[in-house]
Design a protein around this ligand. Structure first.
Ligand SMILES: C[S@@+](CC[C@H](N)C(=O)[O-])C[C@H]1O[C@@H](n2cnc3c(N)ncnc32)[C@H](O)[C@@H]1O
Length: 300
């Protein structure tokens, strides 16, 4: 059975509407319907051997070959300037890091993807625990890949307030502050502090400090809404199409709808698709989409 729900909320910020479609199926098949239509794929695939009780898990030694079966479907759906973000983390085998993640990214690049940047999701509340040779696990990768070296990239959308330090630091400028001043450690880096005058915002670093999701969302591996939200702002235009091909509880859909992007969520577990539908109805309503009107379509 293939179930689909289409939600057409009218967003508070605009008179235009966007839609979120939840599709139950294998994304390699379902993506065939979206060739050359997608602005951004943002996703977190099953991690190697991580969730044996919950869904198919792949041994780290087999992960590269398994993930490469998604290369063509992902590549084909993206527009030429489209972006792919993969949130994933390493696996520890017998106390040692297995580098299946690095090998997977290298294999994707051999297939034609450009590795644009590696973002770090810094977990502000890492799980407690004790290991003989490691500390608590406080971060995960978010790899930014694209079909070209210059994909769609709207850095202004993620600018941050410059911070209070500016008002005190720029009150009295020294001579060094008025020209480019090279670093005293001879690193070759330099800066002209006076250029900060009048600036209200600054570009963020490629590190996202976000807490793990504490509440039960009906799925064992939910990422925080703010994680896909950041990348959707940065890498997908308004009313563009965002796809999460391993969508689990639908977090990416909640993020996309909240900022007026269309979204397609795909998962090969029917229960998670149902859960995604429930979350989108509940959490988008909480976010103020009072006119959210779900229409449920069932296909057999
Ligand atoms: C790490 S979870 C994603 C969790 C999600 N980010 C969230 O916040 O809920 C990966 C998901 O991929 C799904 N999955 C695994 N293989 C798939 C496939 N071939 N096609 C579609 N979904 C798949 C699993 O059922 C699982 O829900």
């Amino acid at each position: 059975m293939n179930e689909e729900v289409i939600l057409k909320p009218k967003m508070i910020a605009t008179t235009e509407s966007v839609s979120c479609t939840v599709i139950y199926g294998d994304c390699r098949q379902e993506l065939k319907n979206f060739v050359n239509q997608v602005d951004l794929i943002v996703t977190s695939p099953p991690y190697a051997d991580a969730r044996k009780k919950h869904y198919d898990s792949i041994h780290p030694d087999d992960f590269v070959d398994w993930f490469i079966t998604f290369h063509e479907p992902f590549f084909n759906v993206l527009k030429p300037e489209g972006n792919l973000v993969i949130n994933i983390k390493d696996k520890i085998i017998n106390g040692v890091k297995h580098r299946y993640v690095w090998h997977t990214i290298e294999a994707l690049c051999e297939k034609g993807w450009f590795a644009i940047d590696d973002y770090i999701w810094h977990k502000t509340n890492p799980m407690p625990g004790h290991w003989p040779n490691r500390l608590r696990d406080g971060w995960e990768y978010c790899f930014h890949l694209a079909k070209t070296r210059r994909p769609y990239f709207n850095q202004d959308a993620v600018r941050q307030p410059i911070g209070d330090w500016v008002s005190s630091r720029l009150v009295k400028l020294s001579e060094n502050d008025l020209n480019r001043h090279n670093s005293a450690n001879k690193s070759g880096f330099g800066r002209n502090i006076s250029k900060w005058l009048g600036k209200k915002t600054v570009l963020p670093a490629n590190i996202l400090s976000l807490a793990l999701v504490g509440r039960d969302k009906g799925h064992p591996a939910v990422f925080p809404v703010d994680l896909p939200l950041f990348f959707i702002k940065l890498l997908a235009p308004e009313k563009g199409l965002v796809i999460d091909p391993f969508s689990g509880s639908g977090t990416t859909g909640i993020a996309a709808l909240s900022i007026n992007r269309n979204c397609v969520l795909i998962d090969n577990n029917a229960n998670y698709c149902q859960q995604a539908m429930r979350r989108i109805r509940e959490e988008c309503a909480i976010q103020g989409n009072d006119e959210l009107q779900p229409q449920l379509k069932l296909f057999r």
